[in-house]
Ligand binder design. Structure first.
Ligand SMILES: Cc1cc2nc3c(=O)[nH]c(=O)nc-3n(C[C@H](O)[C@H](O)[C@H](O)COP(=O)(O)O)c2cc1C
Length: 338
């Protein structure tokens, strides 16, 4: 059923990674203000949550967030097919399967990174989803499991899963060590081996191959784009979101616009007011995602403290904005980021 071929590889050129508890819909709305073009991913949503939980709570989003991919966690083809169909009916532009998360909770559910040890099961999962949706089904995975650093492991994984109808692979360029490391350590300790991604792209030139892991600057992004089709940014996008503000111009050739941090902050306040009126959502749970907006600028710490001050929770967002504007922050020109 997949009409995947109609989606050009450009779709995956730049993306913000799925991050549990971070890339919720408020965070994605914020990121979308900074880049109109980057692909945004949801946090991982498990098939169990969609089968037994509050579906609107997990799948609701703002129309502005497109292009938007739903990341699923699961390993049961029928459940994944059900969840993918649900995601497509809610209007998501892509369904992504998580084969890269090493947390023990996820391993107990027998999905995430440990699925890399079962490529034919992943192929069954992908096929079950491809059969029922007409948006791309993609896979995010690691380059290997535990201490096995053989290239053939990840090459065979990609080959098997591609045959089932997955044409886009987002590859975190580290092994996942399934025992002894916390998820956080698993994002830092196993060495990055970017050369594996270039090898995959060379062996599978018709697939869309994207790199993820440890990439922090637009210079690095530009360099990675020489070797593969796309770059996914996780932590740096969250901690230093202003990085995204140059993406449309640098990487998609859009005309430079006059975005400023202040205008983004103002638009977020409008969004907070809307969310308060629509869903009773307090500004505090939204502002937490924009605390990196002034990253690297003088006065950023005070600004961050203000927008994360729980004693101000009772104030309307606009009053917090007024406080932020009246504080004597020194807004210095930032260093250019490329
Ligand atoms: C707080 C946090 C939560 C994460 N949650 C997920 C997740 O739900 N699904 C997933 O595939 N990866 C998850 N990741 C991993 C990121 O998607 C990404 O692969 C990893 O952070 C490496 O990219 P980076 O170095 O650019 O951050 C998470 C990472 C962080 C920091």
């Amino acid at each position: 059923m997949s009409s995947y071929k109609e989606v050009s590889a450009e779709r995956w050129r730049l993306s913000v990674a799925p991050m549990m508890d971070w890339t919720d819909r408020h965070c994605r709305y914020f990121h979308r203000l900074l880049s109109k073009r980057a692909l945004l991913y949801t946090e991982m949503v498990t098939t169990g949550a969609l089968l037994h939980g509050d579906v609107p709570r997990h799948l609701q989003y703002s129309a502005q967030e497109h292009p938007l991919a739903l990341q699923l966690g699961g390993s049961e083809p029928a459940d994944l097919a059900h969840s993918a169909r649900l995601g497509a009916s809610w209007g998501y532009d892509e369904i992504n399967l998580n084969c890269g998360c090493p947390s023990e909770r996820v391993q107990r559910g027998a999905f995430g990174a440990c699925l890399m040890n079962e490529p034919s099961l992943v192929a069954d999962c992908v096929k079950a989803m491809v059969d029922v949706v007409d948006v791309p089904v993609t896979v995010k995975h690691r380059i290997g499991i535990d201490k096995d650093e053989s290239y053939s492991f990840v090459r065979d994984f990609v080959g098997t899963v591609a045959e089932a109808g997955c044409n886009t692979f987002i590859v975190h360029a580290r092994n996942a060590w399934l025992q002894g490391l916390s998820p956080k350590e698993n994002r830092e300790i196993p060495p990055l081996r970017y050369e594996i991604i270039a090898m995959l792209k060379a062996d599978f030139p018709d697939l869309v191959v994207c790199v993820n892991g440890g990439i922090k600057t637009n210079v690095e992004i530009a360099s990675h784009l020489q070797a593969c089709d796309g770059v996914m940014i996780g932590r740096e996008a969250y901690h230093n979101p202003w990085l995204l503000s140059q993406w449309d111009t640098i990487f998609y050739g859009a005309p430079a616009d006059s975005l400023s941090r202040e205008s983004v902050e103002e638009q977020m306040v409008e969004y907070m007011e809307l969310e308060q009126a629509r869903n009773g959502q307090g500004w505090y749970g939204i502002a937490r995602h924009m605390l990196g907006l002034r990253h690297g600028l003088a006065g950023s710490r005070k600004w961050r403290q203000l927008w994360s001050d729980h004693r101000l929770k009772h104030l309307p967002a606009r009053e917090v904005l007024a406080l932020s504007r009246s504080s004597p922050f020194e807004f210095e020109a930032e260093a250019t980021q490329i």
